[in-house]
Ligand binder design. Sequence first.
Ligand code: SF4
Length: 599
Amino acid sequence: MTKLTDSVQKPYRYFGGEYNVPDMNKPCDVRFCMCVADSYEVGMSNLGVRILYYLFNSIDRVVCERCYAPFADYENYLKSNNLPLASLETQTPLADFDFVGFSLQYEMCYSNVFYMLELAGIPVLTEERGEDMPFIVAGGPCTVNPEPMYKYFDFFFVGEGETPWREIIEDYKKMPECTKKDFLRYVDEHYECIYVPSLHPAVYEGDKCVVAPDCRVWRNIEADMNTTFCPSTQLVPNMEIVHDRAVAELFRGCANGCRFCQAGFIYRPVRERTLDNAYNLCVNLLESTGYDELSLNSLSTSDYSQLMPLLDRLLPYCEKHHVQLNLPSLRLDSFKGKMAQGNRKSSLTFAPEAGTQRLRNVINKNITEDNIFGTLADAFGEGYTSVKLYFMLGLPTETMEDIQGIVDLAVRIKQLYRTVKRGGRDCKISVSTSTFIPKPFTPFQWCAFAGREDISEKQKYLADALRSKGINFSYVDYDCSELEAVLARGGRSIADAMYLAYKDGARFDAWSEHFDYNHYLRSFAETGVDIGKIVGAYDLDEVLPWDFVDVGVTKQYYKREYNKAMQAETTPSCNKQCNGCGLKKYGYCQNTEGNRHLK
Ligand code: SF4
């Protein structure tokens, strides 16, 4: 037998033993294994997984364990010792659980789902898994378009899991004699947020969906963040992870309505914690973990209505207990002096997303040049010496004028620094671009993903123009973005190719050092997938593969926003007015109705 410590780097990745692991020895009728199809370091940093892990473990006679995608050294160790992939907490093989649940946070993790199932000795196809196999289920943001993975999961959970998952597990406990098929029919009938693909056929002509599945799947929305289950602690790992700190979620949703941002639509509406609730959560997290760093997380933390009073209470606490406070997701228009104090670093990161006001209006990034320069002048005055700026290329209606706008903006920021600092060393400016991906459930879902030549011409233009001005420039690889676009927009027609790509060697696709587009190009060619059709423009009235999922925002609203975008007209933030996206009729944004997860 190969000795683990001789052949595997960082065995902590596979054996857990973290501080704050719940009781794994309690009497138990249901075993759930929560999986993240990425490394331990990435998976441990996910807030949604943390919440559900403690939620399942809080249920009577239910134990929830974890499993992450192993790196090649541990894969070799398992194979050379004929061991199946097992949970961290008790080393139970995944095949012995009742449920194996994957959190699908990004499309590029799909190949790792196959990788983990095969390492666990679990057939990847739903139809090949018998009664002796666990339910293989998925949740997370990617489930708003579950179709590319429809034949691999028994069911998908769409939306926020806290309330319905508890009920689903309680129902399962009451049905010990039930067959898997019967239970699938039961959850399909009783839970609006559950999608059982094997019960709902769809019709495709090539890569075009012509008839979407005959069901309506509702994204579950937890109505009140103050009463929804929220653990007041978190696991403290024995090794460094990506976000190695206490993380408090201040609110869900985002009021800004940026038209490119899927999260802004699929996490609507804004639901805030009260000031007391948020403060107590922060303190409890710090005290139960011993962390000396705290992140205040949300899609747009600076929009939290209680942020200033919260900082008034938290900053003295943090100072007294030597805790560093981090504020990610800051928007340019709301970066204030107090936030800068809590976030003291030498480098600022901002995402104007587009180089001209016209294009920022198209994408509804409601930030003006006055906001940008006013904010940066304050920040430079506070001592910041370096700025990272993020932009997207290939946005709808983009022209070379918008690309030149990126250069002009960066140069003017450099000049602003000189004016504010009056001499001394120059400020360091970095511009980073990604290629815009038109995702489902955004007003740009009908738009085309930009062509390779178009993007490479713009990247070259920026590289020459920015570097000649002493500004750093980097960009995200086009192949990687194109694949993400295919996986995000594809339907059932790409499902076979997904598995073939894995068999061809694809895994850890979100990691640039592992990503190889050729695995997919070969599998798309072999299965006759036409990438151009999937990433091309769609008619406003054609059937989309994800049409049967209802995130609460009406299609009319997306169309209205699309048409406004084409006219470069903006839509105000939901904090200023309700723009009629459709959620109000379900009682959200007026506190008149509770959760709507039961049919
Ligand atoms: S219902 Fe109105 S306020 Fe609520 S998310 Fe939709 S547009 Fe915004």
